[in-house]
Design a binder for this molecule. Structure first.
Ligand SMILES: NC(=O)c1ccc[n+]([C@@H]2O[C@H](COP(=O)([O-])OP(=O)(O)OC[C@H]3O[C@@H](n4cnc5c(N)ncnc54)[C@H](OP(=O)(O)O)[C@@H]3O)[C@@H](O)[C@H]2O)c1
Length: 276
């Protein structure tokens, strides 16, 4: 599994596992836990969750899935913007740790920007690092101007920006991604298969079948081919997890990339960062 270097030198797998919508339906719970465990066995040890997902149920499910394997996992969770203050962040973090059944997060993200000043969030994050509750912190859904402000607010230790990025969401290539790359801040691409909507696209399906791969594998390989980019697809079954894992070994040649990028052109003008 290819690894991505975080700014502090820590290496994490380029392909991880998302968990939005997991834990919300009790009848799917066992299958979702089995899917996450299958992914862990295959090296997809970066797991992304958030206090928001299923009102904490996703974190509970992840906690169960990683039981006995905690030290093998790079565990990511996220705080609501309204919880990203000096007073509330420690409590939100403690609650996430409790649901996850662990004593530390490997990475704690601000889920999106809200009303709390970025400087206050940075301070609150740094205090959690000092307390050993989190090993590092980062952000999500921050556009270039927000990132500039974050760095000015003392946020130089930011480990990643988790953003919406896939073949149909190429806006960040114009501005945000080069800005992050220049500063050695990796991107964590969320919804890398556009929540499944991308997979029925005719040209993607045609190119995939010509290459003898699935549309999901082709879409993921396209995201993963960029240096400094991780992807965290959510897969609710072991079959999908295994399929996605093979995308990390798929190499696209120049012609594949050219065909994909003709079918999914980059916007010609800068636009605000989209989010789901
Ligand atoms: N920071 C943020 O604001 C933010 C926003 C959105 C998402 N995220 C994170 O990013 C993760 C991924 O994004 P996402 O869940 O929105 O969307 P996604 O990963 O692009 O798509 C998930 C959907 O694709 C399907 N899928 C996955 N692999 C497949 C395969 N090989 N073949 C066919 N279908 C497949 C899944 O179905 P099955 O479940 O049936 O496998 C699910 O319906 C989230 O789970 C979450 O952890 C973060």
């Amino acid at each position: 599994m290819r690894r991505i270097s975080l700014p502090d030198g820590t290496l994490v797998p380029a392909l991880g596992q998302g968990t939005w919508m997991m834990g919300e339906n009790p009848s799917r719970r066992e299958q979702e836990i089995a899917a996450l465990r299958a992914g862990i066995e295959l090296g997809l040890t970066l797991i992304d969750t958030a206090e928001m997902y299923g009102n904490g149920e996703s974190e509970r499910l992840v906690g169960e899935a990683i039981q006995g394997r905690r030290d093998d996992i790079f565990l990511v969770s996220k705080a609501y913007p309204q919880n990203a203050s000096r007073d509330r962040l420690p409590r939100a973090c403690e609650a996430s740790l409790g649901r996850l059944g662990t004593d530390r997060l490997d990475l704690y993200l601000l889920h999106w920007r809200g009303g709390v000043p970025l400087r206050e969030t940075v301070e609150a994050m740094e205090r959690l690092v000092e307390a050993g509750k989190i090993l590092r912190w980062g952000v999500s859904n921050l556009d270039t101007e927000d990132m500039e402000e974050l760095l000015e607010a003392g946020g130089g230790a930011c480990a990643t920006d988790q953003i919406l990025y896939n073949l149909t969401r190429r806006g960040p290539e114009l501005d945000l991604m080069p800005w992050l790359a220049e500063r050695g801040i990796p991107v964590m691409a969320y919804s890398p298969v556009e929540q499944g909507r991308l997979l029925a696209h005719r040209e993607l399906a045609a190119l995939a079948s010509r290459k003898g791969v699935t549309p999901a594998q082709l879409a993921l390989a396209w995201v993963l081919r960029r240096p400094g980019v991780m992807a965290i697809p959510k897969a609710g079954s072991a079959t999908h997890v295994e399929e996605n894992r093979r995308a990390a070994d798929l190499t696209l040649d120049d012609e594949d990339v050219a065909m994909l990028e003709r079918a999914f052109p980059r916007p010609d003008r800068r636009r605000a960062l989209e989010m789901l």
